[in-house]
Design a binder for this molecule. Sequence first.
Ligand SMILES: *Cc1c(COP(=O)(O)O)cnc(C)c1O
Length: 325
Amino acid sequence: MRPARLPLAHLPTPVWRNSKLDELIGTELWVKRDDMTAGAEAGNKIRKLEYLLADAKAKQAEVVITCGAAQSNHARATALLARQLGMDSWLLLRATSEEDKLRIGNLLLDRVAGASIQFVSPDEYTRRDETMRKIAEQHGQLGRVAYVIPEGGSNGLGTFGYVQAMVEVCEQAAAGLLPRRFDTVVVACGSGGTAAGVALGLAETGLAPRVDAFAVCDDAAHFDAVCTELCRAARLLCPELPPPVELIVHDQFKGPRYGVMSAEQAEFLAEVAATTGLILDPVYSGKALFGLASLKEKPRRALFVHTGGLPGLLAHEQVQAANTT
Ligand SMILES: *Cc1c(COP(=O)(O)O)cnc(C)c1O
């Protein structure tokens, strides 16, 4: 039995191909357009939130508490979807400067959705789980049921979002929309839940023997441990899930640091847009596809999950700068 799920996303998302993109990357590339899972709440997080918010609703939550970077796509999706479901949201956001707090990109959407926003320093953010627990307790003392969602929506329950996404791809393959077999599925990796869900979903469906996850922060050892734990937690909730396929974490393409691209990465993002019309984002999908294009040994045929992030791009001037040089 699968956990309960709310139908929040616009599914199935399209599968997209472009011969110029194949040439640019150097592989037969199929793009799963999860940047099109919805309107302003689009991206990969909505798939996890279908499960997490179903649980929040079942527990009669009135407020959803979550966390992330100031330009967190997850926080924005949570704020918008909580509102749709008649719940309030409380966002604990990591700000490194006053500029981070500008009302642009994701933060603009958080604000207009009426989210309560609490900025914390990077140091305070390391204690986010404890802080969110305390905020939930404070709501509890006022008689309001609060539901806490960890960073990125990545826990055992959220992981089912991408198990289900791989089932969806298999159904599209059965309908003749894409091949039934890939050498790998390629994703960006920020909190691990997408990569872990894909690894479990591939084991269940046989679509591909491995996942290539491109880290945008931390390192391979960190994500190996995180994804192993997420798969374990998901399989506790659903013991009939087979163990995950091989998950390879690449940590050499994350650029200068989280949320910051190298000049080469920014140029790549602009080149993809200019030659194919595909818009990647500067924090995740742009770095993942840049990583795939940079691999010495490329897969012959890959499925790239475009995980969204457009509002983050709209809060970034670095790409434009790269384009004008
Ligand atoms: C969060 C996010 C990711 C990474 O997904 P995780 O499950 O956190 O690893 C990738 N792309 C975009 C656009 C995201 O917002």
